[in-house]
Design a protein around this ligand. Structure first.
Ligand code: C2E
Ligand code: CA
Ligand code: CA
Length: 664
């Protein structure tokens, strides 16, 4: 069924009401008309009959004039009767009771005999006739009398009645309809319309309604909308906010960046994107537990929010990574100010569970549109800049530059190459002789790794070792080196090269890995371990000294000797030397380069002296000239390594050199 509006429905009801009212009035009207008619009828009947009686009694030939006057009076005094004509048998006028000039037609066939008056319809039949019997000297004769009713008057009587009822019907009807309509409109139609609008737009909550049912609908709707709105907000928060910190999540961050980019395209506005990563957060999480970590994250989130303006955007990407957007950027000064504020606030120690902590962050910065025209690029570049900041030594920041991008691209490529190189054997060990200064004979060698890129050729280790360390690839690479060195020692067994001592470099990262000792143990079991030497740098020994000390002892236990590499460049602590059973100290090339100066000489001299005291061997690295070698010989330094003898060489060339013992 097609639905109709409540207005139409009410109009329909009102029309029905009007209809019934009309019917009621109709009934009343009919009744009133009937009674009026009856009255009239009776009135007319009695008037005409009275007239007849009067005439029968009084009409005589000789008193016509007298009767005429009397009749005139009677008829004029009776509004119902318009006229009275009396004619003789020859239809000749005897009396025309009034002066009205009605042209009467006699005998009028339309006239009804008075005997019929009771059955006649007085509203249609307007003429009644009767005979009057007279006597002329006892001879009877007859006059005919015609009574004409005043139709206009009778009609007007009825019309008045009709008018009265019509006016009553229209007047009362309209009055009721208007009153009902106004009431319904005020208390039903308008509230319903308000409810409809409220249900549709959910705004402009209507005021309390008069009608109870409507009021309870309004009340329930209001409650439902409030609940829905709350749920909607919660849902919105859930989908746009990070639950731990209450900051925007990645999804809404991306949306906001896209929006700023769209705005920037129109208005040429710049904005800064700061990519923040907490320093050592993993450490905090691992040592203090996740709950503590979460508290730190919340603490940081609050500081970040406090450190920016209201329309800046702070979000947490996940983990310990945050992004801040500074819109409408006028100059980099603003970025620096914000960073300063963040750093100062973060460094203030905060106490959680009686533990006092301060946090530092590394920050990478990109500027739209200079450093990227889409959200992904801006984030990626800021991430790159952040890594650079971290590499610079934590609690630092770095702006993104194209060079940095190139650097990172190279890094990524290099990582890929290292991985591929391990699988496809792009690596090779070169060997640099270690020469005994006194006897001028090659007694050992240091294995130095080379990467052969199928496209670019040989790549030196300083271009890939640190990348391998950063990415963790140093562990599989280091394992390859150990295996390769072990193979070399094995192949030299029972040959001229049997007594060569082979040193390998072990990166701190590999040394720290939990599987290192086991791996070493498993792989050196088939060789004479006294032919193997491991070079470690001082930096390896920092932190967790006990653990590392245990590892060093484990290596020594396997029969492998240990060299302290690059001595003098790091955090040299003489106390290490005393505590750790190194067999050899390798003096870094920088000190050998300094041998022309007095200060250089005295430093090298001192190291040789200490090593002697501690019963350690000394190897001088990077010896390039005869003068350097002579000086080293003069102070009784035992061994040297350097271009003065030879560059690192592939195994076969090294073997040749060893056999000839002709260093240069
Ligand atoms: P390092 O362990 O200090 O190795 C000595 C470096 O000095 C070698 O560079 C060697 O070629 C270079 N060198 C030796 N004598 C001279 C000289 O007279 N003059 C000059 N200018 N340089 C000389 P290389 O092979 O490029 O290795 C650089 C560094 O890469 C190494 O320093 C070591 O830290 C690392 N590395 C090389 N091979 C390996 C490896 O197999 N494993 C690990 N973990 N690191 C390695
Ligand atoms: Ca070395
Ligand atoms: Ca070295």
């Amino acid at each position: 069924m097609k639905n109709i509006s409540i207005k139409f429905f009410i109009i329909f009801i009102l029309l029905a009401f009007m209809g019934s009212l009309g019917m009621i009035f109709g009934e009343f009207f009919k009744e009133a008309k009937n009674s009026t008619e009856q009255l009239l009828e009776e009135n007319i009947q009695s008037t005409v009959l009275n007239l007849k009686h009067f005439l029968n009694k009084n009409l005589k030939k000789h008193n016509i004039n007298q009767i005429t006057a009397s009749l005139d009076n009677t008829i004029n005094g009776n509004a119902l009767i318009k006229d009275l004509h009396i004619v003789d048998e020859k239809n000749k006028k005897v009396i025309y009771a009034t002066d009205r000039d009605t042209v009467m037609q006699h005998p009028d066939t339309k006239c009804i005999a008075i005997s019929q008056i009771i059955n006649a319809d007085i509203f249609n039949e307007q003429c009644y006739s009767f005979s009057i019997k007279l006597f002329d000297k006892f001879e009877p004769y007859y006059y005919k009398s015609y009574v004409y009713l005043d139709k206009k008057y009778i009609d007007s009587l009825l019309q008045n009645q009709i008018n009265k009822y019509t006016i009553m019907f229209i007047g009362y009807g309209l009055f009721f309809i208007i009153v009902i309509w106004l009431l319904l409109k005020k208390f039903l139609v308008n509230p319903l319309e308000k409810l409809r609008q409220f249900a549709y737009y959910q705004t402009n909550t209507p005021k309390e309604f008069f009608i109870q049912e409507l009021e309870s609908i309004r009340y329930s709707l209001n409650l439902t909308f409030k609940r829905l709105q709350k749920e909607q907000e919660e849902l919105f928060n859930l989908s746009t906010k990070d639950s731990l910190s209450g900051l925007y999540n990645r999804l809404s961050l991306m949306e906001k960046i896209e929006w700023l980019i769209a705005k920037g395209e129109r208005s040429n506005e710049q904005f800064a994107l700061l990519f923040l990563d907490l320093d050592n957060f993993k450490n905090i999480n691992d040592t203090q537990g996740h709950e503590f970590g979460d508290k730190i994250l919340q603490h940081v989130s609050k500081i970040l929010l406090d450190s920016v303006r209201e329309n800046d955007i702070v979000s947490r990407l996940g983990g310990d990574e945050f992004v801040i957007i500074l819109p409408e950027l006028k100059s980099n000064e603003t970025v620096l100010e914000v960073i300063k504020r963040i750093q100062t606030r973060l460094i203030e120690p905060v106490v959680f569970n009686t533990l006092s902590y301060s946090v530092t962050v590394s920050i990478g910065i990109t500027i739209y549109p200079k450093d990227g025209r889409d959200a992904t690029t801006l984030l990626k570049h800021a991430d790159i800049a952040m890594y650079k900041a971290k590499a610079l030594g934590k609690n630092n920041f770095h702006f993104f530059t194209d060079n940095l991008n190139e650097e990172i691209q190279n890094k990524i490529h290099m990582q890929y190459l290292i991985k591929e190189g391990i699988e496809k054997n792009y690596f090779q060990l070169y060997y640099q002789p270690k020469v005994d200064i006194k006897s001028n004979t090659i007694v050992g060698c240091e294995a130095l790794i080379r990467l052969f890129d199928p496209l670019k050729g040989m790549i030196p280790p300083n271009q890939f070792i640190s990348i391998a360390e950063e990415s963790g690839l140093i562990v599989p690479l280091g394992e390859w080196i150990i295996k390769e060195a072990v193979q070399q020692i094995k192949s030299w067994k029972n040959t001229h090269f049997e007594h060569i001592k082979l040193s390998i470099n072990v990166s701190g990262i590999q040394f720290q890995s939990p599987e290192f000792i086991t791996f070493l143990k498993n792989n050196v079991s088939t060789i004479d371990t006294s032919k193997l030497d491991i070079e470690l740098t001082e930096s390896v020994l920092m932190n967790d000294f006990d653990e590392k000390f245990a590892k060093i002892n484990a290596i020594k236990k396997l029969g492998i000797s240990l060299s302290l590499d690059d001595f003098g460049t790091g955090y040299s602590s003489l106390s290490y030397l005393k505590q750790i059973p190194f067999d050899t100290i390798k003096i870094d090339k920088t000190f050998i380069d300094d041998l022309e100066e007095e200060s250089g000489k005295s430093f090298v001299n001192m190291i040789v002296g200490i090593a002697d005291d501690l019963n350690m061997q000394v190897v001088a690295e990077g010896v390039e000239t005869k003068q350097q070698l002579d000086y080293l010989a003069s102070i009784k330094c035992e061994q040297y390594q350097g271009y003065y003898c030879s560059k690192p060489l592939p195994a076969d060339e090294f073997e040749k050199l060893f056999l000839s013992q002709e260093c240069h």
